[in-house]
Design a protein around this ligand. Sequence first.
Ligand code: HEC
Ligand SMILES: [Cu+2]
Length: 438
Amino acid sequence: MNTIHRHSGQSQGGHPPHGKSGAAARERLRRNLGYGVMAGLGVTLLSGCGSRQLISMGDLASGFNREVAFMSIFAIVMSVIIFVAVSYALFYTVNKFRDDKNTAPPAQFHGNNRLEVILVVVPVIIVMALAVLTVRSMAILNPVPDQASKIDVLARQFWWNFSYPEVKADAGGNVTNGNEMIMPTKQSVALTITSGDVIHGFWAPNIGGQRAAMPATLKTWNVDIDRAAVYQGNCTQLCGASHANMRYKVIALDQARYNSFLAAAKAYRAPEPAADSAEARGYAIFMQGKPATGALACAACHRIQGTTAAGVAGPDLSFFGTRRTLGAGMWEFMEEEHWETPRAKEILHAWIKHSPYVKPGSLMPTYDGSEYTANGKQVKGGVLTDEEIDDVAAYLRTLKLPEEANYWNDTPVYGSSDAAQNASAQIAKTSSPVPGGK
Ligand code: HEC
Ligand SMILES: [Cu+2]
């Protein structure tokens, strides 16, 4: 449990903070630090924005966070020592040289070379010690081991695509998932991040390491986590109207489940709907839109593996039926029946009908004939009837990975307490997806 899993090839490293001795102390530290930070952040999250999940920078299940915690503890200990020493010296002198205890002025030591040298040298040593520690941590965390799994992260206003450059789908293209990132546990994962528009920020505190996503720039870094669970991620760079609604889930699976996810995702082809079914009508609209009413084809912007839909202006929808989030984590459907619940059906319908109304700034067109903004211009949306929208939604619900590759099955959701669940149920009850109804 306390081994370093920073690099998969390396176990029990020999450096000081992670040695065998002091395992109990570390365990205590891990718990206290984790709970402390969790409680702090948890209160913040629960109070405002209706996230269903707590996040924690103090989650020492990740090698990244362990390294940072070790560094911070050293810095905090140094600061406390300095604080106590300076306070002591201050109160001591003030007390000793009080006017009512002394008749003569205190001795003057202007020009005391020894004292001046000490006052310069000691801080320099402290700052250098901190610099050495920082550089040491960077040298440990930054190199990407050859055997790391690779995931490409694309940030867009206001959603994410996670694709697996080493996993070419049998049906063409790389395996890709929108807004839900699946990674293996106990192994280095090299994330390479970029942005398709403005600057965004990738931050899933539990797995460690916040990084900016910059257009035309690729940045790679390592993350890892020991515990299989679902974690919360957020955009950390103010990037536009729905910056706060630009979230994602990180789903860490143990190696065997991760491999079966990848194998199934590689072989996946979107199921073909039965002739004359609602799904078949939805499929036709997805691929062709409805030119008579100006409704754009969904396929122009969305990819579905195993079909001709290869759009890149919106999140990949290949496994949409398996996902449990909508609108880049704006809504979560954590129930077993997720898309089949009345709430999910209602919100998905509202989403397809007029996405920019339910998510501020969404760059997906409306399908109710109202205007929406595209590339800074007001554009009139095409029209799909409510029945047609339901047909498309029915088709989307069929886009499922095989059960053995369903990464949500039995994966615990980190930091989802009863309180958080209740808060989410409350939010679901009190907020209608669209102001003023469907
Ligand atoms: C002009 C491009 C465009 C077209 C056409 C388009 N979409 Fe989208 N779609 C987007 C964008 C952009 C987003 C991401 C919005 C956000 O989350 O901020 C999105 C998001 C979605 C999502 C949510 C995915 C998730 O996991 O959060 C679904 C579902 C969806 N679109 C379905 C459709 C359907 C169905 C159609 C056709 C009726 C369609 N889209 C047409 C651009 C488009
Ligand atoms: Cu963003």
